[in-house]
Design a protein around this ligand. Structure first.
Ligand code: UTP
Length: 292
């Protein structure tokens, strides 16, 4: 049984980089090939043994709530038409042992504030935070969050997913630094949100996967507004680091930044090329495409 039972999905951001697509629907409902981003994230959590899925939703997020609800009419229609495979696809969105909780973040005050909104549903246990717009694909190997659960079990401390980025991109990420413990694990001695490249402590960027101890909530309660005038999770982690060891984990897998248009397009192309139904036809299409 996994030691991490709860996953939090902060999906209350405004998604301004995808306007007008995100005017009325959440960025996390944008599809990569045939599944919304949020479903890649929940499947990753469920495969890693998590049973309680906590969604922090905003005003335009009703489609997310509907996606995780029973679809009576659709299921009845598919049943009547003997579309058993499709019925299975629809029902599998929420396996029977999974509990979904939806909490409204009434103002988009930042990722840190969104995570704080999850406190009543998380209680006093370590938990995962998964940002669905970071889609991470590990080609048949253990998922990113599964790898991080393993690190949590080994180190018994909060774990942050990290990736090497070009130094000039440091102002888009939380950046961490600290001594290496083994090939992929380091201790976090420094963590700063969106530093200027001249002030970045290393080239290790925080991406959208965290395992946090519940002590983070008290830190979040006293975290003021930081970069971008938002309540930043990174700033609360920097406070937590003063009282608990925190580990950075350089995960195995390919990350697509689906919060950006180019990352989203890359994910669609590369995942279509792996898709059992689409791969052959799509590869042929790409080969025939005049690229100049
Ligand atoms: P982003 O920094 O990608 O912001 O949030 P955003 O609002 O979603 O998108 P842009 O930059 O305007 O295009 C990172 C994650 O934190 C969540 C987002 O939903 C996303 O999963 N978030 C952010 C919240 O849940 N609440 C917030 O107040 C801010």
């Amino acid at each position: 049984m996994s030691s991490i039972r709860t996953a939090v999905f902060p999906v209350a951001g405004l998604g301004t980089r995808f306007l007008p697509a995100t005017k009325a629907i959440a960025k996390e409902m944008l599809t990569v090939v045939d599944k919304p981003l949020i479903q890649y994230a929940t499947e990753e959590a469920v495969a890693a043994g998590m049973e309680n899925l906590v969604f922090i939703v905003g005003r335009t997020k009703n489609a997310i709530i509907d996606h995780y609800d029973k679809a009576y009419e659709l299921e009845t229609e598919l049943g009547l038409r003997n579309k058993t495979e499709l019925l299975k696809v629809v029902k599998e969105v929420v396996p029977p042992h999974i509990h979904c909780v939806f909490i409204r973040q009434s103002e988009a005050l930042g990722l840190g504030h969104a995570v704080l909104c999850a406190e009543p549903a998380v209680t006093d246990q370590p938990f995962a935070v998964i940002l669905p717009d970071d889609l991470i694909y590990n080609n048949g190997g253990p998922s990113c969050i599964q790898q991080m659960v393993d690190v949590y079990e080994q180190q018994q401390g909060s774990v942050i997913g990290t990736q090497t980025v070009a130094m000039e991109e440091s102002d888009k990420y939380g950046m961490v630094a600290g001594p290496r413990i083994d090939e992929r694990i380091s201790r976090v001695d420094e963590i700063i949100e969106k530093p200027d490249p001249s002030e970045a402590p290393s080239d290790q960027a925080v991406v959208g996967r965290y395992i946090l101890t519940p002590a983070i909530f008290d830190k979040l309660k006293t975290t003021g507004r930081g970069a971008g005038n938002e309540i930043q999770l990174t700033d609360a982690i920097a406070e937590l680091r003063k009282t608990e060891e925190i580990y950075a984990y350089s995960f195995e897998g390919r990350r697509y930044d689906c919060g950006s248009k180019i990352g989203y397009l890359e994910a669609n192309v590369e995942i279509a090329l792996q898709h059992e139904e689409m791969a052959d036809a799509f590869r042929q299409y790409l080969k025939a495409l005049p690229l100049d």
